[in-house]
Each structure stands twice: as structure tokens, then as C-alpha cells.
Design a protein around this ligand. Structure first.
Ligand SMILES: Cc1cc2nc3c(=O)[nH]c(=O)nc-3n(C[C@H](O)[C@H](O)[C@H](O)COP(=O)(O)O)c2cc1C
Length: 211
């Protein structure tokens, strides 16, 4: 928080703290759900994670996202839903392939389903609402990391199936964006690659795209 007046700032080290956070953000890695061990976040921590997600940029405050916690004791039901989704994608699926699909439901002590929901709105087109849900997902992963957990967004073709839509009782304007696995990382990746400098350019109005 910036120190705007003569009164001493409530957070004198805000910038130093911010730089530490920024470093955490820039060096964060995802941990695949199969490498996430117990414990997962507590109920209070889940609330904090969702509170952070709700600070995602959100034009007109539409909240074009919501979250569904899948606790450890509902994993058999999730495995059934995964199986139904895979059967919808491939009616002939069987054996090991099916077992692997079911097994994914047991990974990570905590799974959070991220739902994107698009509302009819003259001011806020669909692309903005979907972007907001994506940003909220990013904040979930960052908040989990800042609380000391590993996390990763995972999806697969199954998330777009009718079976998953039914299993999560989604409304017509909703879609299952992904699951976020959260837990203690049993395996940690190395540092992330440096971002491609080409990803940032300065606008050159007369030079077009070539810059
Ligand atoms: C909506 C969404 C779904 C994703 N689904 C998968 C997935 O199913 N499998 C996968 O390997 N990565 C998936 N990813 C990417 C990972 O979450 C992660 O960003 C990527 O592996 C890079 O890892 P890093 O954060 O360590 O650099 C997904 C990302 C998003 C935003």
C-alpha cells in the first residue's frame, strides 16, 4: 500500500515485501497433482485462497467464476465422473487407460474445480469474462503457493464433456475450466525458464506489427 500522506505508513516495508512477493510469483512452479501430498489447505486457508481469487480483475464485478471444493471423501464419486467423461470421449475405453483416468481423481489432498460462467452483459463481452475467470485461477495458484503449498491447474479433454457438466451440476452458461490440485509438493521442479523478451514490445504506431 503506498504511503500517500505525512502520516506514517501502516506498512513501512510495503515495497520490500512486495518485491519478495514478486520474486515468489516470478519463480513459482506448478507441481503435478500426483506429486502433491497431505496435508492440503485447511478450510480457513481455502477461504483465503478464494478471497485472493476474488481480487482478479473483474469488469463490473460480475464474478464470472466460482469454485467447488472436492474433499478427500468424495474422490470415489469423482473417479466415477472421470470414468463417465472418458467413456463419453471414447466409448471403447477399458483396462489400464480407464484405471489411469479414475486414478487421477485420487491425486492431491485438495482439488478445487474452477467454474467459468458467462453472463449476458452489454458492457462486458464474453472474452473479458473468460479472462477474468482465468485471472482468478491464476490467483488461486499464487495464493496456494504463498501459503506454502504446491499447486497446479489441470484439465484434459474430459472437462468439456457432458458427463462433467452433469457431475458438477453446471448451469447452461457455465463451463468447467479446470481443477487445481493443492498440497505439499513431494517433488519440486527447477527454476522456471526466462520469459521470452519478444513477449514485451513497445507500440510503434507507424511500423505496424514488425515494431
Ligand atoms: C486452464 C488450464 C488447464 C491446464 N491443464 C493442464 C493439464 O491438463 N495438464 C498439464 O500438464 N498442464 C495443464 N496446464 C498448465 C499447468 O497448469 C502449468 O501452468 C504448466 O505445466 C507450466 O508449469 P509451471 O507453472 O511449473 O511453469 C493448464 C493450465 C491452465 C491455465
Amino acid at each position: 500500500m503506498a504511503n500517500t500522506g505525512s502520516a506514517p505508513s501502516e506498512f513501512p516495508d510495503a515495497k520490500a515485501d512486495g518485491l519478495k512477493l514478486l520474486h515468489r510469483i516470478c519463480t513459482r512452479r506448478s507441481t503435478p497433482p500426483r506429486h502433491l501430498a497431505a496435508p492440503g489447505p485447511s478450510e480457513d486457508e481455502i477461504r483465503m485462497i478464494v478471497q485472493a481469487a476474488c481480487r482478479a480483475p473483474d469488469h463490473m464485478g460480475l464474478k464470472p467464476f466460482r469454485f467447488i471444493v472436492i474433499p478427500p471423501d468424495r474422490r470415489d464419486a469423482l473417479a466415477d465422473a472421470f470414468e463417465a467423461a472418458e467413456r463419453e470421449l471414447d466409448p471403447d475405453i477399458a483396462g489400464e487407460k480407464l484405471e489411469r483416468a479414475r486414478e487421477k481423481a485420487s491425486h492431491a489432498p485438495m482439488l478445487l474445480a474452477v467454474i467459468s460462467r458467462v453472463q449476458e452483459n452489454m458492457e462486458v463481452p464474453e472474452i473479458e469474462q473468460r479472462a477474468s475467470a482465468g485471472a482468478a485461477l491464476g490467483y488461486v495458484v499464487l495464493a496456494a503457493d504463498l501459503l506454502g503449498y504446491g499447486a497446479m491447474a489441470v484439465s484434459g479433454r474430459k472437462v468439456a464433456t457432458k458427463a462433467m457438466h452433469r457431475a458438477f451440476r453446471l448451469a447452461n452458461n457455465e463451463g468447467l475450466l479446470c481443477f487445481v490440485g493443492i498440497g505439499m509438493p513431494a517433488k519440486v521442479k527447477g527454476p522456471p525458464p526466462e520469459p521470452d523478451p519478444e513477449l514485451l514490445r513497445t507500440w510503434q504506431p507507424d511500423a505496424g506489427e514488425a515494431g
